[in-house]
Design a protein around this ligand. Structure first.
Ligand code: NAD
Length: 516
């Protein structure tokens, strides 16, 4: 890596020596106009500051949009295969920095190292996939109803796009947006979550080193309501892609609605694994442990409900609680740790509040339930993996997104009831069914109301070559990844070429009534 591509004060930050990092606007690393910064902390040890980042203002956003707007003409007229070459190079650079970025991710947001590597790998996969898109960007050709007339539709870039991302997949989620946006010919203003600016900055460094011209990507850190909303409000930003909470999504989509701006939102979930009596119970238990407690339950697809048939409720619950108790909580860089901290203090408190709500609602606490404060744990944001049994589908812990290591077991008496309970929330991201009965498996695929369905696998683990997103309050009808990834970043242009040399009137000249 050459020194010019890295943030001047970057390099993998070392414990105890926090550095100050800047925005990246128009090909330069620049301070916020006020010079103010905010800190990013290690959630395993809040005494460790990962770095200081620009606390940007609406004027910083304006400068970023200026740069993106100025670079647009050049970038959209760069042939898509040439744009894609840069994305492919980014894939290889990400591979070469995978360990460094993954290690930073563990320190910045807490997920364990294996999962952090997976997060970076997802971005590598996405980069390779989107690099291929540079030689596709498929349009449509269709027959015209007129003779000597050609009809086609081509994809065009939208323009400047604003990308706003959460902290739970700090490299993968930005990659789902940045790579398709760029390959399609858009220029970008990117605002990462305030909890994970360093991971996001490293992804930007990779793109710069891969050869992305100045102004094509602009990186602005800071508070959501101020920086995010300024991006949304700028009339030159033609589309917004947001992944985050349903609450923020509603606000952003509402504003985009007023501005008649294209917006895609990937939001919260209340995912469930259903376990039928004929299922391989051991497999279901393993899947449920991974689905519920992977990333300390902080995945939009986390299995926060386990809907279990009464015939196997006791067998499943006993085994599940026993396996949960074996999980090892701790710092994600320690080899034997399986569950890391949650992202910050307020998330920790919110999770514990839900535990208290669950107890008050009458759910049975089967294990966990506490914030961990012994020894070094008290410096961080650690919550015990927590299991509630005898949960009623209407309880708040069975309805609302908790986004932490807490799951609720709900007993049902039939396949039909399992489907009804699984569908009985406002969300619709990821639902799963464990069964060995092919009829039930296909019935579940048909009837589960979610953007993603798993059979005999947990609710987490999506691959980038299929569409990702949800129904109901989980989103506003868009999908990321897969062949659908470019949809939110392109406009269709229908083109008719008439080479007949005469005026031909569609729907009129060729209509049978005209011939009479
Ligand atoms: P969040 O909604 O608090 O923040 C998301 C992003 O929006 C951040 O960058 C934040 O700074 C910004 N933001 C906040 N307020 C804003 C405003 N008023 N205007 C514009 N931008 C604003 O979410 P989070 O806590 O970072 O992430 C967790 C949430 O994300 C969970 O609800 C989770 O389910 C969801 N999520 C969804 C998916 C999905 O694909 N469906 C994937 C991952 C996470």
């Amino acid at each position: 890596m050459t020194s010019s591509t890295k943030s001047p004060e970057s390099a993998s930050a070392k414990a105890g020596s926090p550095r100050t990092y800047h925005n990246y606007i128009n090909g330069k690393w620049v301070k916020a106009e006020t010079g103010e910064t905010f800190a990013s902390y290690n959630p395993a040890n809040l005494e460790e500051i990962i770095g200081y980042f620009a606390s940007s203002t609406p004027n910083d956003v304006k400068a970023a949009v200026d740069a993106a707007q100025n670079a647009l003409k050049m970038w959209r007229s760069t042939p898509a295969p040439a744009r894609a070459d840069i994305i492919l190079k980014a894939a290889y650079l990400l591979e070469s920095r995978k360990e460094e970025i993954a290690t930073t991710m563990v320190r910045e947001m807490g997920k364990v190292l294996k999962e952090a590597r997976g997060d970076v790998q997802e971005a590598i996969d996405m980069a390779k996939y989107m690099a291929g898109e540079g030689r596709r960007l498929m349009g449509q050709t269709v027959p015209s109803e007129m003779p000597n007339k050609f009809a086609m539709a081509v994809r065009q870039p939208i323009g400047v796009v604003g990308l706003i991302t959460p902290w739970n997949f700090p490299v993968a989620i930005p990659s789902w947006k940045i790579f398709p946006a760029l390959v399609a010919g858009n220029t970008v203003v990117f605002k990462p979550a305030t909890d994970t600016p360093l991971c996001a900055l490293m992804l930007v460094e990779v793109l710069i080193e891969a050869g992305l011209p100045a102004g094509v990507i602009n990186f602005v850190t800071g508070m959501g309501a101020k920086v995010g909303m300024s991006i949304v409000d700028d009339p030159r930003v033609k589309a917004i892609s947001l992944t985050g909470s349903t609450e923020v999504g509603r606000r952003v989509a509402g504003r985009c609605g007023e501005l008649m701006k294209k917006v895609s939102c990937e939001l919260g979930g209340k995912n469930a694994i259903c376990v039928m009596p004929d299922a391989d119970i051991e497999l279901a238990v393993e899947g449920a442990v991974w689905g519920a407690f992977g990333t300390a339950g902080q995945r939009c697809t986390a299995a926060s409900r386990l809907i279990v048939h009464s015939d196997v409720y006791k067998k499943f619950t006993d085994a599940f609680v026993a396996r949960t108790k074996e999980l090892k909580l701790g710092f994600g860089l320690d080899q034997d740790v399986t569950v890391g901290p949650v992202v910050n203090k307020s998330q920790l408190e919110s999770i514990n509040e839900y535990v208290q709500i669950g107890k008050k609602e009458g759910a049975k606490l089967l294990c966990g339930g506490n914030i961990v404060t012994e020894g070094d744990f008290k410096k961080g944001c650690f919550h015990e993996p927590t299991v509630f049994g005898d949960v009623k589908p209407t309880m708040r812990i069975a309805q609302e997104e908790i986004f932490g290591p807490v799951t609720a077991i709900i007993k049902v008496d039939s396949f039909e009831e399992a489907i009804e309970v699984a569908n009985g929330t406002e969300f619709g991201l990821s639902l799963s069914m464990y069964t060995r009965d092919v009829h039930q498996a296909f019935k579940a695929i048909e009837e589960l109301e979610s953007g993603i369905v798993y059979i005999n696998a947990p609710t987490i683990g999506a691959e980038i070559q299929l569409p990702f997103g949800g129904v109901k309050q989980t989103g506003n009808g868009h999908r990321e990844a897969g062949t659908t990834a470019v949809e939110q970043f392109t406009e269709w242009k229908a083109v008719y070429i008439d080479y007949s040399g005469q005026l031909q009137k569609a729907q009129i000249d060729n209509h049978p009534t005209k011939k009479k």
